[in-house]
Ligand binder design. Structure first.
Ligand SMILES: [Zn+2]
Length: 398
C-alpha cells in the first residue's frame, strides 16, 4: 500500500511528534501496543519479565549452526533427485523473505533444479509481481504463475465476514494453507519431491500461532523438514467444513493425500527453521545480492505485500485497537535484537494513525477500492462485520 509506505517512510518520524497524541500507548522497549499487553511505566509485561532474566545465551545460534548444516546436506542430496524436471517447488511471492531464500538456494546449490511457483491470488501488489519476474529472470530460475482468482476471492470474503473476530491473522493464515495446498498438488502432479516456503520460525511456533488454526498438526514442532505429517486430507479449517464453503470443483485446490501414491507426496521444507530468521540480515543480503535489478524501495514489505492487507489491518484496528499476533510477532523480533524498536513503533503507529484517524483517506486509496470491489464489500458491510465481530468476541469471552 503506497499511502502507508510514504507516510511511514518519509513523514512519520517527524510528524509523529504532533500526531501521536490520541494513539495507543506502546512499550518503549519492543513497541507493543497497550491493547495487546499490560504496560506500566512505559514498559510492557513481557519486556519487564525479560529484564529480570539473564540475557539469552548464544545457544540459539549454535543450534542453528547444526540445523543449517543438516539442511545443507539435505539439499546437496536433493540435487537431481526429482523424477522429472525439478527437485524443488519453491513458493515464491517476490517479497524479501522468499527472494532471500531463492537467491541463497541458487548461489549454494547450482545443481538443484528449482521451479519457483507464484500463486497470484488476484490481490497481489504490482511491486511484488514485478519483483518475482525480475528475480527469476536474473537468477535463471524457471518460473510458473497460477492465478486461481475465484477460490481466493471466496476465501477472503468468507474470512473477512466470518473470521475477523479472530483477527486478520486468521484469514491470512488460512490463505497460506491454500497457497501451500496448491503447491502440494502441483508438486504431486509434476513429481517434484520437495515443496519449500519461507515461513519464519515465529510464524510456525505455537507461541504465536493459535493451536486451533492448525487442524492437521503441521506446525508447532521443531525441525525444518516434514514428511510424515503430509499424509492428510484437508476437510476443515477452525472446525468449519470446507465442503460447506467451497464447491466440489474448488475443493480440488485443497490437499488430499489419499489421491496420490505415497511416493508422490512431497516433503515440506521450511529453510528459515534451519537457518534462523533475522529480518535485518535478510534485507541487507538481498540488498547487496540483487541490487542490480531491485532498488531498496521495491523490497519494502509494505509495497510487496498483497493489497488486501490494508483491509485486514483496518478491520483489526477497528475491532481490537491493534493487529493481533502480527504486532506481537514484530515485537518479539525487537526483543530478540532482530528488528529496531523505532522502526517497529513507527510502522504500527503510522498504520494506526492512518486507519483510525484518516479513514476517508484510506477508503479513497486505489488499493482499498480495488480490494473492496473485488470482494463485493462496502463500508456499510464492513461496519456490520466490525459490529458482529465485537459481539462474537464478547460471546467467546463469556
Ligand atoms: Zn515490551
Amino acid at each position: 500500500m503506497k499511502l502507508i509506505y510514504y507516510l511511514y517512510r518519509f513523514f512519520w518520524p517527524f510528524y509523529r511528534f504532533i500526531a501521536k497524541y490520541g494513539l495507543s500507548k506502546r512499550c518503549i522497549i519492543c513497541a507493543l501496543n497497550e491493547h495487546a499487553v499490560l504496560i506500566s511505566d512505559n514498559i510492557c509485561e513481557i519486556c519487564r519479565k525479560a529484564q529480570g532474566a539473564p540475557a539469552p545465551p548464544d545457544k540459539a545460534a549454535i543450534s542453528y549452526q547444526e540445523t543449517a548444516k543438516q539442511l545443507d546436506e539435505a539439499l546437496i542430496d536433493a540435487q537431481g533427485q526429482g523424477r522429472r524436471l525439478y527437485d524443488v517447488l519453491f513458493l515464491f511471492s517476490g517479497g524479501k523473505d522468499s527472494s532471500y531464500i531463492l537467491n541463497r538456494l541458487k548461489k549454494n546449490y547450482p545443481r538443484l533444479r528449482i521451479l519457483a511457483l507464484t500463486v497470484d491470488n488476484g490481490f497481489r501488489s504490482a511491486v511484488g509481481k514485478q519483483n518475482a519476474e525480475k528475480i527469476c529472470a536474473y537468477l535463471n530460475v524457471d518460473h510458473m504463475e497460477i492465478r486461481p482468482y475465484q477460490v481466493f476471492r471466496k476465501l477472503y470474503r468468507y474470512g473477512f465476514e466470518n473470521l475477523s473476530y479472530r483477527g486478520f491473522v486468521c484469514t491470512d493464515f488460512w490463505e497460506g494453507e491454500l497457497f501451500q495446498d496448491i503447491g502440494r498438488n502441483l508438486a504431486a502432479q509434476m513429481e517434484i519431491p520437495i515443496v519449500m516456503l519461507g515461513y519464519t520460525p515465529e510464524q510456525l511456533a505455537y507461541a504465536y500461532l493459535p493451536k486451533d488454526f492448525d487442524e492437521y498438526q503441521l506446525y508447532g514442532r521443531s525441525g525444518f523438514k516434514f514428511r510424515d505429517n503430509q499424509n492428510f486430507t484437508r476437510e476443515k479449517f477452525l472446525g468449519l467444513k470446507l465442503k460447506d464453503i467451497f464447491t466440489p470443483e474448488e475443493m480440488n485446490y485443497w490437499w488430499d493425500a489419499s489421491k496420490w501414491p505415497a511416493e508422490r507426496i512431497p516433503t515440506m521444507i521450511f529453510p528459515f527453521q534451519a537457518w534462523g530468521y533475522h529480518n535485518r540480515a535478510v534485507v541487507a543480503e538481498i540488498g547487496s545480492s540483487l541490487n542490480l535489478i531491485l532498488d531498496k524501495r521495491s523490497l519494502n514489505s509494505m509495497l510487496t505485500n498483497d493489497i488486501y492487507g490494508g483491509l485486514g489491518f483496518y478491520l483489526d484496528y477497528r475491532i481490537f485497537g491493534y493487529s493481533p499476533l502480527f504486532e506481537e510477532e514484530f515485537a518479539q523480533y525487537v526483543r530478540t535484537g532482530r528488528e529496531d524498536c523505532r522502526h517497529n513503533r513507527n510502522l504500527w503507529e503510522a498504520w494506526e494513525y492512518l486507519l483510525l484517524k484518516h479513514e476517508s483517506l484510506i477508503f479513497r486509496s486505489k488499493d482499498m477500492q480495488l480490494c473492496l470491489n473485488k470482494l463485493g464489500l462496502t463500508r456499510e458491510k464492513l461496519d456490520r462485520i466490525i459490529h458482529t465481530s465485537r459481539e462474537q468476541i464478547k460471546e467467546v469471552n463469556k
